[in-house]
Design a protein around this ligand. Structure first.
Ligand SMILES: Nc1ncnc2c1ncn2[C@@H]1O[C@H](COP(=O)(O)OP(=O)(O)OP(=O)(O)O)[C@@H](O)[C@H]1O
Ligand SMILES: [Mg+2]
Length: 340
């Protein structure tokens, strides 16, 4: 895929690779017509070949282009690239939530709330037009350098799953850790499925792990359908109870038992104060305890060092005395050469 770099296709000059996912490479490119940077998602030829209808894919992308919202990455164009297709999108300079989580392992509540709120606003807008994302996960949530959160790949998963024959659990496109039970079962999907996936994402934001972190996809998918996730309280004690309930409600197995809409989730999130939480990615009581422990360790170490120094001094002085009196001190014989 490196062969595209430096090339110009349809007025888009390919500059570098931004990232690679399961079905595409994402490039940074320069739009010569409109003098701006764009991101172009080029679908792997092996996948674009297997699409039943490229036409249907294009139709879906055209639909996505209508979704204009500050928290959704805008689709700008579609271009043909040899045997594949490139989706031209708004370029977002920043990092994905998955990259942020790799860096910080888990986030404090205030940061979680800020990111979640914006992602929910984007989702709510799309849902109000009848769109379902189907692949909400940390790598599809991108945080721009100035803090604006953008949802990527709206509806792209739909194009792929619709294009495959006999949509069954085994060939549904999505990511196991964040898939709703109804998506796994191949049932009809509504916006409730995205609410489940955002619940999984929220869980990972505060714990560092998705709710069912198991060694293989099959076990993960099975757990989404049958198991209950480990309570958030087991992970950390600083989370507000109302936030824990919000995540638990979003992770309900039955779509009808989840919050009715993203708007409801936004209202619930807004009603939780974030003032008492701390920005160092560790709950404050943990930080305080850690500081206290470090301080007492330091004092203990200091005392040991002082004692050791005293002991060494004592031994040195004792040794000098022995040396001085035992070897160097002139004997009576030496003082009195006539003595026998
Ligand atoms: N519009 C964009 N602007 C800037 N970076 C982007 C944009 N779209 C995607 N990226 C980056 O490119 C990376 C790869 O994206 P891609 O959607 O191909 O894969 P993914 O979301 O990680 O996985 P999957 O293939 O399972 O969806 C993302 O993680 C993201 O960091
Ligand atoms: Mg993606």
């Amino acid at each position: 895929m490196n062969e595209l770099i430096g090339k110009t296709i349809d007025g888009f000059n390919f500059i570098s690779i931004i990232g690679e996912g399961g079905m595409a490479f994402v490039y940074k490119a320069y739009d010569q017509k409109l003098d701006r940077f764009v991101a172009i998602k080029v679908i792997h030829p092996r996948i674009s070949h297997s699409l039943i209808s490229l036409q249907r894919f294009k139709k879906e992308a055209r639909n996505q282009a209508k979704l204009l919202h500050p928290n959704i990455i805008a689709v700008l164009d579609l271009i043909k690239i040899s045997s594949s297709v490139g989706i031209v999108m708004e370029y977002v300079e920043g990092e994905s939530l998955s990259q942020l989580l790799k860096r910080c392992s888990r986030l404090d509540f205030a940061k979680t709330k800020e990111i979640l709120r914006q992602a929910l606003a984007g989702l709510n807008f799309a849902h109000s037009f009848g769109f379902v994302h189907r692949d909400i996960k940390p790598s599809n949530i991108i945080i721009r350098k100035d803090g604006v959160v953008k949802i990527a790949d709206f509806g792209i998963a739909k194009s792929f799953s619709d294009s495959r024959p006999n949509s069954t659990a085994s060939n549904i496109i999505g990511t196991a850790f964040y898939m709703s039970p109804e998506q796994i079962k191949g049932e009809h999907l509504s916006h409730h499925s995205d609410i489940y996936s955002i619940g999984c994402t929220a869980y990972e934001m505060v714990t560092g792990y998705p709710p069912f972190y198991l060694p293989n996809d099959f076990k993960v998918l099975q757990a989404h359908i049958m198991d209950v996730h480990a309570p958030l309280e087991n992970w950390r004690s600083d989370l507000p109870q109302s936030f824990i309930s919000l995540v638990n409600d979003s992770l309900q197995k039955q779509p009808r038992d989840r919050p009715k809409s993203c708007e409801v989730l936004i209202k619930r999130l807004d009603s939780i104060p974030s003032l008492n939480f701390y920005p160092n990615y560790l709950p404050q009581h943990e930080t305080k305890a850690a500081t206290r422990k470090a301080k007492s360790n330091y004092v203990f170490l200091k005392i040991i060092l002082i004692l050791l120094t005293i002991l060494i001094c004592f031994l040195v002085v004792k040794n000098v005395k022995i040396t001085h009196f035992g070897k160097e001190e002139p004997t009576n014989k030496q003082l009195n050469p006539f003595s026998r």
